[in-house]
Design a protein around this ligand. Structure first.
Ligand SMILES: Cc1cc2nc3c(=O)[nH]c(=O)nc-3n(C[C@H](O)[C@H](O)[C@H](O)COP(=O)(O)OP(=O)(O)OC[C@H]3O[C@@H](n4cnc5c(N)ncnc54)[C@H](O)[C@@H]3O)c2cc1C
Length: 308
């Protein structure tokens, strides 16, 4: 059962041109969070449809109550990642890193770009001590890791990197709009972190080309522009397929991806749907990487509003 927390902005830190880190506080956060590291834990944020007006939704039936609200009053729901949770009890703080994309307006980015201390939103997320789901980072016993994402996946990737054991190896590619958006990260020595400032290249293009360079398939950044997204809700993980592909449960019945295959590889890829689609074709169709060793997640779509 998720917690629905009413939270207010405590502080806004502009990390870089494209990122704002927002500190959220509220008594309802006392039981919020994960029992272990939050990794790529996704949460739902609900932004006021009418500035400053946030309806009361009761804990248990909040989703049905939210749906029943008239469209023009219904808070706009979008998906984000826990960047971190700090403190205890009613002193707990939730930090979320928002991508600001002022060129294409959306309630999430617009709210974050204008956020001031005291502004309120609702957060639906995990409750301590209760199963919740929403973590897709399941490398099991894989020894060679590949993480790929654009700016929307930076909070998840940075959080995952911070949690890895010191002997983890592999590569992480983080595509961001500009060189000023590069962040300092904590990562194991054997895991090479490459930031890919886009600087006007097509969204997802630099990541596609960089992964091609690593894995040995031909791709230029421009190739991403001709990719057709057939599955608008692209979400392919070892135990879920948005396209309805058959998903086989791990042989040991576990859902923690521990059957990672003989080559010990595991890939986690998230971001704009064209980039994710293109990488899926290369990794699964061309390089024949087994489905159980990869997670492909369309976090957003250029030109499309991700209505919750
Ligand atoms: C599991 C998951 C975790 C996510 N975590 C984060 C996170 O931690 N931080 C974060 O910022 N986002 C994150 N996202 C992505 C975020 O949900 C989308 O970017 C969402 O579209 C933002 O909502 P919006 O209201 O700003 O724009 P929308 O109303 O959804 O879209 C309006 C317009 O803005 C465009 N747009 C949306 N996102 C971007 C972008 N990044 N750059 C340029 N144009 C854009 C759309 O294409 C559309 O044209 C996550 C998504 C998922 C599925």
């Amino acid at each position: 059962m998720p917690i629905l927390a009413r939270v207010s902005v405590r502080s806004v830190e502009r990390l870089s041109p494209s990122f704002a880190r927002i500190e959220l506080a509220g008594d309802d956060l006392a039981d919020f969070g994960n029992d272990g590291p939050s990794l790529d834990q996704r949460i739902k944020l609900l932004f006021p449809a009418v500035p400053g007006v946030l309806p009361e939704l009761s804990g248990e039936n909040w989703y049905a109550e939210w749906l029943a609200l008239p469209e023009d009053e219904r808070p706009r729901m979008r998906t984000y990642t826990i960047r971190s949770v700090e403190g205890e009890g009613i002193e707990k703080r939730l930090y979320v890193d928002f991508v600001l994309h002022p060129g294409a307006h959306g309630p999430g980015s617009d709210w974050a770009g204008a956020a001031e201390p005291g502004d309120e939103i609702l957060v639906a997320g995990p409750k301590l001590g209760e199963p919740y789901g929403g973590i897709e980072w399941l490398p099991g016993d894989a020894t060679r890791l590949l993480l790929v994402g654009d700016e929307t996946a930076v909070p998840a990737i940075v959080s995952i990197l911070e949690s890895l054991p010191a002997d983890a190896t592999g590569s992480a590619f983080l595509e961001v709009p500009a060189a000023d958006d590069v962040q300092d990260v904590v990562a194991p020595e054997g895991l090479e972190v490459s930031w890919l400032p886009r600087e006007g290249a097509p969204v997802g293009g630099p990541a596609l080309a960089a992964v091609g360079g690593l894995l040995g398939f031909e791709a230029t950044p421009e190739d991403v522009t001709s990719v057709e997204v057939e599955d608008p809700d692209l979400w392919e993980t070892p135990d879920y397929s948005s396209s309805g592909e058959e998903v086989s449960a791990p042989a040991n019945g576990s859902t923690n991806g521990s059957t990672t295959g003989e080559d010990g590889r595991y890939a986690w890829i998230a971001g704009e749907s064209r980039m994710v689609t293109a990488l899926r074709r290369h990794l699964v169709n061309e390089l024949e990487m087994p489905r159980k060793q990869v997670a492909f997640m369309g976090y957003w779509r250029e030109g499309v509003s991700m209505k919750g």
